[in-house]
Design a protein around this ligand. Structure first.
Ligand SMILES: [Zn+2]
Ligand SMILES: [Zn+2]
Ligand SMILES: [Zn+2]
Ligand SMILES: [Zn+2]
Length: 508
């Protein structure tokens, strides 16, 4: 695509906006959550741009299926109507807000915990290139404080979370600006290196046009040589509507397909055909960030390792002829080495990866060469070097804890345990019992079971006449049951087990 001043085209059209309309917009903004920030004159540009790209936003698949009102709520920040955060909160009978607020927080927590637990083969040895657009379009302020700052902040969180969830995964970071691609961080498994590379804002300052093709080629060069057992992915955060490419990008897409590199993208502006095409053709996902929160969700959706698809193996099986089905079911074995860790005070020797004199490090058990960090591929013999603990921590992706079900009041009887199985905090009592108890003196003073829960319980009891749980998946009885062991847990433990522990305390 030829380089083009994305904004300049639009400014001409919109210069005709009468002053009053600008003023009106200004007034409209004054009551919302950004009121402490400087008002419109600087908002002018994103505002103009909003008008220009609004049709593009409407044309998006996701939006067009949504009901109108909902689209309004979840729209771009510039499309949002006069929104007060306190409108969502309603008082309960006693005039307290505590119950309503608590329910909102709990609802979000529960939503996060529910995930797909279908058993699929996942590529846990991941190699991911994080590709960040550093063009001048990243200075747009449609996301606060601006796209660039927000992207760096989320990218840092992403890197931390990525290594936490994929301890034997590796990551590298590539940026693109002024028509070229530059490597920001080398492929490796060291969180600190990557985060410090992303913290250097001055070095990453956005300018010029991005080049999607150059960036994809650079990313491909660091992934193409990897063995087939590794999953190769590119995750691009793209803010620009244009790209400045030296050649035919369709050739690049074809080579990406051939090398089985999956490209996923989060666009911060609008849906651009070529960006979407790259993703669909390589089997990745494409999403357009509607606002700050949605941007984060789009990014963090890509944290769990992707399911490994079968087509390539199927093709191989068919080529072999007879045992096609067994080949599809079969599992590839792969060699891994558990290194010997050298103590920090050992005699300094040269490492094989950087040729630096260092005391600490890891010895490859096959060839005896020394590397600085694990996980990595041995630079001498090529074997994958991982710590056994890392391998064990990756295990939970393959055997996730099943989702726990919300328990309705009708399933709670005298036999059910009055306390959470894992943290032993007592559950709220059944409504009938609760009323009796509340006739006693200080029902609201109890630290955990106080006004919040009793209020929530009464309002929940009203709702629960029809269904055992409401839309948010919250249990009226505050109990969540593991289907395997049948124990009841509280919401806090539900979140902790599914997000951090990855093993049910009742089953093990
Ligand atoms: Zn080294
Ligand atoms: Zn080696
Ligand atoms: Zn608990
Ligand atoms: Zn269990």
């Amino acid at each position: 695509m030829p380089p083009r001043g994305a904004d300049d085209d639009y400014v001409g059209e919109n210069e005709a906006i009468p002053e009053e309309e600008e003023d009106f917009l200004d007034d409209d903004d004054s009551g919302d959550e950004f009121q402490n920030l400087t008002p419109l004159p600087r908002l002018g540009r994103p505002g103009l741009r909003a008008k220009a790209s609004a049709p593009a936003a409407q044309a998006k698949g996701k939006d067009s299926t949504k009901p109108k009102g909902k689209a309004k709520d979840a729209g771009y920040s510039w499309e949002a109507t006069y929104k007060r955060s306190w409108d969502n909160v309603h008082e309960d009978e006693s005039g307290s807000l505590e119950g309503a607020v608590r329910q909102m927080i709990d609802g979000n927590k529960r939503k996060r915990v529910m995930r797909d637990v279908a058993p699929v083969q996942r590529g846990i040895i991941r190699h991911l290139v994080l590709l960040i657009d550093l063009s001048s379009s990243m200075l747009e302020k449609d996301m606060r404080p601006n796209r660039f700052e927000l992207t760096l902040q989320y990218a840092k969180e992403f890197v931390n979370e990525y290594f936490d969830q994929n301890p034997i995964g590796q990551l590298s970071i590539v940026g693109t600006r002024e028509g070229i691609a530059e490597r920001i961080a080398q492929m490796g498994g060291n969180t600190i290196d990557h985060v410090s590379a992303l913290s250097n804002k001055r070095k990453l300052e956005p300018r010029g046009e991005p080049s999607l093709q150059n960036a994809l080629e650079m990313a491909r060069s660091s992934l193409a040589h990897l063995p087939a057992s590794n999953s190769r992915e590119i995750l691009a955060i793209f803010g620009s509507l244009t790209t400045c490419d030296p050649g035919n990008i369709h050739d690049t897409i074809a080579t990406l397909q051939k090398d089985q590199i999956r490209v996923s993208m989060v666009s911060l502006a609008a849906e651009v055909k070529i960006l979407k095409e790259v993703c669909t053709k390589t089997g990745g996902s494409f999403s357009v960030a509607l606002n700050e929160g949605h941007f984060r969700d789009c990014l963090f959706e890509l944290l769990p390792p992707p399911a490994v698809e079968g087509p390539k193996r199927k093709a191989g099986g068919q080529a072999d002829g007879i045992e096609a089905s067994s080949v599809v079911q079969g599992v590839d074995l792969l060699q891994m080495a558990f290194p010997l860790r050298l103590p920090a005070h050992s005699e300094p020797t040269l490492c094989a990866c950087h040729s630096k004199l260092k005391g600490s490090g890891y010895l490859c058990p096959r060839c005896g060469s020394k590397v600085c960090d694990v996980p990595t591929d041995c630079p001498v013999c090529g074997i994958t070097i991982v710590m056994s603990t890392h391998l064990a921590r990756s295990y939970h992706h393959l055997f996730p804890v099943s989702n726990w079900v919300a328990v309705g009041w009708e399933k709670v009887d005298e036999k059910s345990c009055p306390r959470c199985f894992s943290c032993a905090i007592p559950f709220p009592e059944k409504p009938g019992h609760a009323n009796a108890a509340m006739n006693g003196a200080a029902a609201g003073k109890n630290k955990f079971n106080g006004t919040a829960t009793s209020a929530a319980a009464t309002s929940a009891a009203k709702k629960s006449t029809g269904a055992a749980k409401d839309d948010s998946g919250l249990a009226p009885s505050s109990r969540y049951a593991c289907l395997k062991c049948g124990n009841h847990f509280c919401l806090e433990c539900d979140a902790f087990v599914h997000e951090n522990l990855h093993v049910c305390p009742g089953c093990c």
